[in-house]
Ligand binder design. Structure first.
Ligand SMILES: O=C(O)[C@@H](CO)OP(=O)(O)O
Length: 236
């Protein structure tokens, strides 16, 4: 039996300022750093064999802060090409003693198009509360020039099935660091949520969501909190 741990990055500087972020590459806020360290503390005895992160710095920071508390091994970013790949090779015994970290644009946040950089309250004033809620949480309504959750799922799910599930099948424990909406699309897929349910699904920042992979199926264990497992997905 292997484990899948999904984590949404800690609060970013733009989460804090209530600004649509999408693919804008902004870092964690101080609170986000604390959230990531706290997630690391809760996961400190988990053994990870492979790590996947989006290419955005807030997800990479989160996973590295988590791993700074973890004793499974040293995380090492695997680069695909060019000098980064060649000159990053490891020789000798430490060539084996690391946890590979794969960065994938497919796990990036939903592309928010023309809304990137807009304050969410300002967007509500201009377009109305209901329209903005549909852009943020509906399944198939895309924000202007951006991706709907369905569009996001068209890149996250093939990656999840093609790269992440095979690791679980090999019996590996997997950590995935990604974003509010890219994770909503993955959780929708795992849990078989309807469009109506996903509208109400909000994944909290920095709280690990744990699954166990058994006989081809992912079984939810729950959110790992300081008080133990919260088995509810909180679709309210
Ligand atoms: O700004 C964003 O990119 C996302 C995630 O933080 O926002 P929302 O929660 O509105 O989808």
């Amino acid at each position: 039996m292997s484990k899948l741990v999904l984590v949404r990055h800690g609060e970013s500087l733009w989460n804090k300022l209530n600004i649509f972020t999408g693919w804008v590459d902004v870092p964690l806020s101080e609170r986000g750093v604390k959230e990531a360290l706290e997630a690391g503390e809760l996961l400190k005895d988990y053994k990870f064999d492979v790590i996947f992160t989006s290419e955005l710095v807030r997800a990479i920071q989160t996973v590295m802060l988590i791993m700074s508390k973890n004793s499974s091994g040293v995380p090492r970013i695997i680069h695909d090409e060019g000098r980064m790949k060649k000159w990053g090779e490891v020789y000798g015994e430490h060539g084996k003693n690391y946890i590979p970290v794969y960065k994938a644009w497919q796990l990036n946040e939903r592309y928010y198009g023309k809304l990137q950089g807009w304050n969410k309250n300002y967007a509500r004033e201009v377009y109305g509360e209901e329209q903005v809620l549909l852009w943020r949480r509906s399944y198939d309504i895309a924000p202007p020039g951006g991706e709907s959750l369905k569009d996001t799922a068209e890149r996250t799910i093939p990656y999840f099935r093609g790269k992440i599930i095979p690791e679980l099948e090999k019996g590996k424990n997997v950590l995935v660091s990604a974003h509010g909406n890219s994770l909503r699309s993955i959780v929708m897929h795992i849990e078989g949520l309807t469009k109506e349910q996903v509208l109400k699904l909000n994944i909290p920042t920095g709280v690990p969501l744990i699954y166990e992979y058994r006989e081809g199926k992912l079984e939810r264990i729950g959110y790992l909190t300081r008080k133990g497992f919260d088995t509810d997905l909180h679709i309210d």
